[in-house]
Write a protein that binds this ligand. Sequence first.
Ligand code: SF4
Ligand code: MG
Length: 276
Amino acid sequence: MAAAEKVPVKRYLRLAKLPHIWCPGCGHGIALQALIRAIHSTGLSQDNTVIVSGIGCSSRASGYLDFDTLHTTHGRALAFATGIKVANPDLNVVVITGDGDAAAIGGNHLIHAARRNIGITCVCFNNTIYGMTSGQYSPLTPTDAYATTAPYGNIDTPFDLCELTKAAGASYVARATTYHARLLEKLIAKGLQNDGFSFIEAVVQCPTYFGRKNKLGDAFRMMKLMQERSVPVSKAAAMTAEELAGKIVIGELWHRPRPEYTKAYDAVIAKAGGGR
Ligand code: SF4
Ligand code: MG
């Protein structure tokens, strides 16, 4: 990804758009801060970086950022981002999405972006529920958890989006929680530097819907729970499936560089006698 001289972190924010709309205690601000600091630490050019988001509480993040930004339609952030990257591979393209946006409506785009290993960094703010639309269960809501649409408990098995994107072909996959904000920042920074599709799951708290429906307490308690449930990937390797049940495995889960999509695309253009 193209880098440039660093600017102060607050220059990445559109201050006129603040304060944000997120509820008190929401984890999205922490995840957004980790992303901003990762962009800052990697020194990506503000003028050469595009942030694309879908629909949902998390996707409001693009509106607070002073980059070229695109707040798109539900589930389609990766489709828009793919078009941007293919049209101009020199751009740094970052997608901010949520668990409903990425795994339900946009699930198809997610697996194909990973399959192509296109040079996009996708950060999924996973609050395990649809927050913006009042707490319906999402494809990442845990089994037996309560939601507006699961008043007797969720009977579905949630996706593990890190396993899904790894299996689909992503060259970099990582996960951290808002409790581990510094780790999250480092993992996103590494994803930004990967030449291919990077998927980073940021596990965030939604005290308003997931927390309230499941009687988990306030944001502080929810983050404490994240701390207790998290297992570093180095330890997880020695644990059984039973021991890992209900745990959040954090860290760099997968990094296997392989050819990036737009380079192959450009090679086809060249073969056909064309050029950019
Ligand atoms: Fe955050 Fe949940 Fe409020 Fe949405 S509904 S802003 S995810 S706390
Ligand atoms: Mg959500």
